[in-house]
Design a binder for this molecule. Structure first.
Ligand SMILES: NC(=O)c1ccc[n+]([C@@H]2O[C@H](COP(=O)([O-])OP(=O)(O)OC[C@H]3O[C@@H](n4cnc5c(N)ncnc54)[C@H](OP(=O)(O)O)[C@@H]3O)[C@@H](O)[C@H]2O)c1
Length: 257
């Protein structure tokens, strides 16, 4: 079943590159945007842009690691105006460092809290109301790094694999309740996070190009929205090849860690 055009859209990480571009993509008269972020200046700027495009906008300024505060806010949202589309986009990346120093536990813990725990909490909080209503769409932003653990980003790759698997499971379960779940797997998209990541960044997309591709995939209710095509095929192959081949390929391409 094709989803109807979503009217109320919740986007986490709307202060970032991809989240901000998605907010601007959807901003139009008749659309209600609920935009989340921590950076007040960026949140205000994106909200102002979306209002100028005719959207009704409300904002949530919250550190997603505060799960009780997140759940309280979502309960209010569910009671007042349950979103038609939820885009769980906020996330962080860490890496093993240019000098192979390794990941620090504090950073790993924060990454797991944001990328996995907060995302699961967000989705889990809204599912009961969506099931009761019998409609809704949930987009989970994973990454092409979910296909095969990259030596420069072991924790990040693992967290995005968790999101991918969670979304795939939810999609099957919630299809019976009229709820669409989509896993989004971007390659490299220009952003602060992408810039901070070491190594080559082939087929780099702008956030605007990524947002348009994601939105069209959501409109078609695609189970997996992955891009760009060459990198999607390449990273997918890493997962299906014998691991000894994948390791060699990563070394050859300078992703060896
Ligand atoms: N860019 C890429 O190449 C790429 C590739 C694959 C997947 N992705 C995924 O796409 C998503 C968006 O990434 P991006 O590239 O747009 O990165 P970005 O520009 O760095 O944005 C990250 C967003 O996450 C929010 N965030 C981080 N920690 C948070 C916390 N503790 N509480 C609340 N919000 C928090 C940030 O909010 P504040 O700035 O307000 O703190 C920001 O809005 C992420 O899930 C990322 O893993 C990105």
């Amino acid at each position: 079943m094709k989803p109807t055009k979503p009217q109320t859209i919740l986007i986490t990480g709307a202060t970032g590159a991809i989240g901000g571009a998605l907010a601007r993509y959807y901003a139009a008269p008749g659309v209600c945007l609920i935009l989340h972020g921590r950076n007040a200046a960026h949140l205000d700027e994106t909200a102002a842009h979306c209002r100028a495009a005719g959207a009704e906008v409300s904002t949530i300024q919250l550190d997603l690691r505060d799960i009780p505060a997140l759940q309280k806010k979502l309960a209010e949202i569910a009671a007042e105006r349950l979103p038609d589309l939820v885009i769980a986009n906020a996330g962080v990346n860490i890496n093993t460092g240019e000098n192979r120093a390794g990941e620090q536990w504090d950073d790993i813990e924060a990454l797991l809290d944001i990328n996995i725990k907060a995302t699961f909490a967000l989705v889990n909080s809204l599912i009961p109301a969506m099931r009761q209503r019998g409609s809704g769409q949930i987009a989970l932003i994973s990454s092409l790094a979910a296909y095969y653990g990259l030596p420069v980003t072991p924790s990040y790759s693992a967290s995005k694999a968790a999101i991918k698997t969670y979304g795939e499971g939810l999609r099957g379960w919630l299809a019976h309740d009229g709820i669409q779940v989509n896993v989004v797997m971007p390659g490299y998209v220009e952003s602060a996070m992408c810039h901070a990541m070491p190594g080559p960044k082939p087929f780099l997309w702008t956030p605007e190009k990524a947002a348009g591709f994601i939105a069209r995939g959501l409109q078609q209710n695609k189970a997996r929205i992955s891009f760009p095509f060459p990198l999607n095929i390449g990273t997918w192959f890493l997962a299906v090849l014998p691991p000894s081949w994948s390791e060699r390929i990563l070394l050859l391409l300078n992703y060896g860690g």
